[in-house]
Write a protein that binds this ligand. Sequence first.
Ligand SMILES: [Zn+2]
Length: 335
Amino acid sequence: MSGVTQPAGHCVLAVDVGGTTIKAAVVGEDGRVLSALTAPSQADDNPVLAIRSLCRQLREHALSLGGEPAAIGVVTPGLVDERDGVVRYAANLRLRDVPLRDLISGDLGLPVAIGHDARAAGVAEATAGVAVGLDNFLLLPLGTGIAAAVVVDGVPLAGATRASGEVGHMPVYPGGEPCSCGQRGCLEVYASAGGMARRYARRVGTSGADSQAIADAVGTDPDARVVWDDATRALGIALATLTLALDPARVVLGGGLAEAGASFLDPVREAMRDALAWRTPPPVLRSAFGTQAAQVGAAILARREAGLPVPDGWGAPDPVPPADTLQRLAEPAKP
Ligand SMILES: [Zn+2]
């Protein structure tokens, strides 16, 4: 646990439930993280208990900082019904029809907002990241899997069955390698951090190299090169398809892979240009929040739930934003 002692004021609680780790924070009135804690999401093989336990700890921590939190926002991957506060299905967490809002509200007696992690990350980018002022953009956090926030006319789309944005299962290489979903050639087989690690392990015969290690080895290791090139090409193809359907003003890539910067973004941009012969592709930028985007989004959902204002710039990352991002923002779209 880390933190500074400050009066919490109108603080909110923000919880980002991932496939392996739950990241949680007490977030102050000004958007600064006052205290953060994490826990494994598979503790005791019971993610629901792990989430509820961490939420209780987080609230106690907020109280120790000097104030009752105004609300809590909890975001998860999968099919999330934000309106009813129910996680319909999250494969990695093995959650099915969990009434998370009622459970946490019963535990804490606070207003609770339940959200989808990628859509919440999109809300963060639109509030204080690289999508401020944009009504139409895409955000793809590239993590264990790949989901997208599809923001159209200012609204993060949920879809008819709350399953919008599952772009990780778009077929990019028809008849390609099998995906855990039962299809073949899905985007996330090639371009998610998890998929890249699995493909690299199969090529070299040993596991353990993560996407960061693969990124570091691209210049010297031919197997890393192949996995890297397949990933950036797959993503470029997928983004071209999404661009043709949605005409976003900007594409934002998040998660650890995007942190590789130009060595990842440039080949993605190139593949996208190649697949969009007749129109200008939208600029592709790195997320301003990196791996914190969903948690900042959860804090924003909590503030909205409590009726607190969320001005533009609220929750901006510190330091803001990376120089590379500012540089890219200043560049016009490449022809
Ligand atoms: Zn799939």
